[in-house]
Design a protein around this ligand. Structure first.
Ligand code: HEC
Ligand code: HEC
Length: 370
């Protein structure tokens, strides 16, 4: 008998019923590659992933059909957070076509996060994370990750998004995603969650709840930052020697910090040395604590040494290097960040260009000495 894997399965009927009413989400579910051509071309994505992980029944692990079944709120209509649910804000955020976002975490009482690998935390079984998307004052979707297994594989997590009803009484699971006519309200399918959160790309599955992203000093005791996690004894290997409340002091140069922090959040989950994407293209945009603790300048970090003056492996018209010092318009990184075509980066999760992010990266490249 094969070893038992944690399974959290949507019955086929729900997948069909929650396709958003149009035929498009069903098509997306049947062929996960259809909407993700650039990524799928480069790195094979198992288009049958949802079907494969959803195959055998698991009587004791019925998936939540409604957001109100996940434990985020005690009163969903009134948006009353459940006890133990804590808000957090990553220092740098992913551009999501200008949506306003809010994240929360619930950790099992008394349980610790295994931080023996300081860069990729391992969360206790039972951990839940949510991320809510609001556009024009209207809740659109709330995404959900739950640690259902003991390990750190993608299959140890359950992932789905819930689409809010227009009156915001509750939100319904949409495992096949929703393609919205306006484009920017698309809700990713479970297969798309996997393309950014999979353990094959970011070993911890969780992306934004990390030492570097939470190392933001705060005098507000309700804010869940790195200092609060240390004080509350939540980390198995708490970082030491804080400098004025900061655990990982960053190199000077605010222009470089803003740009490389932005790239860390928006690109580092795929572009890091432990990601399968790294076998395709060698650039590293994720910051790691080892380099940051010893670096005296941003130019000593991998995001600099693997991009500045480095020839791109994949040709981009007009590009002379991944980052050409002083010349954003001939830098492949800037061209792809500001593209809305097939070469856009990231390859999914956005339709529009982030004006602020693009300007931040442009300013960094423009200021680099030639
Ligand atoms: C384009 C890549 C991408 C896709 C697709 C994506 N995510 Fe994420 N997600 C991120 C990044 C990057 C963060 C952290 C930064 C942020 O929140 O701005 C994040 C954060 C989260 C968080 C907060 C915890 C954490 O990991 O930081 C949850 C929960 C989450 N995503 C769930 C989902 C679910 C469920 C899906 C699919 C329905 C999904 N995501 C699809 C990139 C993605
Ligand atoms: C969901 C995974 C994913 C994310 C997130 C992502 N990339 Fe990529 N990136 C890829 C893949 C796969 C390739 C190789 C295929 C290609 O070139 O399109 C790639 C290639 C590249 C290349 C070409 C490198 C070369 O040597 O030719 C650049 C530049 C790049 N990405 C920049 C970025 C930037 C900037 C971001 C963030 C704004 C980003 N990527 C986010 C998956 C990703």
């Amino acid at each position: 008998m094969p070893p038992l894997r944690p399974l959290r399965l949507f019955p086929a009927i729900l997948v069909a019923a929650c396709g958003g009413g149009s035929s498009a989400p069903d098509a997306r579910l049947l062929d996960g590659r259809a909407t993700d051509a650039p990524l799928a071309d480069a790195v094979p994505v198992d288009a049958t992933a949802d079907a494969a992980t959803d195959a055998p029944p698991a009587p004791d692990a019925a998936p939540p059909m409604m957001l109100s079944q996940t434990g985020l709120y005690t009163d969903t209509a009134a948006k009353t957070l459940a006890p133990g649910v804590r808000a957090f804000t990553p220092r740098w955020v992913l551009w999501s076509d200008d949506a306003a976002k809010q994240s929360w975490i619930w950790l099992p009482p008394g349980a610790q996060i295994d931080t023996s690998d300081a860069d990729f935390w391992s969360f206790p079984q039972g951990t839940k994370l949510w991320k809510e998307f609001v556009r024009n004052g209207q809740r659109i979707e709330t995404r959900y990750l739950e640690k259902i297994g003991a390990g750190n594989a993608w299959t140890d997590w359950f992932a789905v998004s819930f689409e809010w009803d227009p009156t915001e009484q509750d939100a319904t699971a949409v495992p096949a995603g929703v393609i919205d006519a306006t484009g920017t309200n698309d809700i990713p399918s479970r297969n798309e969650c996997r393309q950014c959160h999979t353990d094959a790309r970011v070993p911890s599955v969780v992306i934004g709840f990390s030492a570097l992203q939470l190392d933001v000093p705060s005098s507000d005791p309700t804010v869940l930052n790195l200092g609060a996690l240390v004080t509350e004894g939540r980390l198995t290997a708490p970082p030491t020697n804080p400098v004025a409340g900061v655990y990982v002091p960053l190199p000077a140069d605010d222009v470089a910090r803003d740009a490389l922090g932005y790239l860390h959040a928006n690109c580092g989950n795929c572009h890091n040395p432990r990601s399968e994407v790294h076998a395709q293209v060698g650039l590293v945009l994720r910051q790691d604590l080892g380099h940051l603790r010893t670096a005296t300048a941003w130019s000593q970090t991998l995001a600099y040494t693997t991009t500045v003056g480095v020839a791109p492996q994949h040709a981009v018209s007009g590009a002379t290097a991944i980052v050409e010092p002083g010349a954003p318009t001939t830098s492949a990184l800037h061209l792809r960040l500001t593209s809305t075509g097939g070469q856009r980066m990231p390859p999914l999760g956005r339709e529009t260009v982030d004006p602020l992010g693009a300007e931040t990266v442009r300013a960094w490249i423009a200021a680099l000495p030639q």
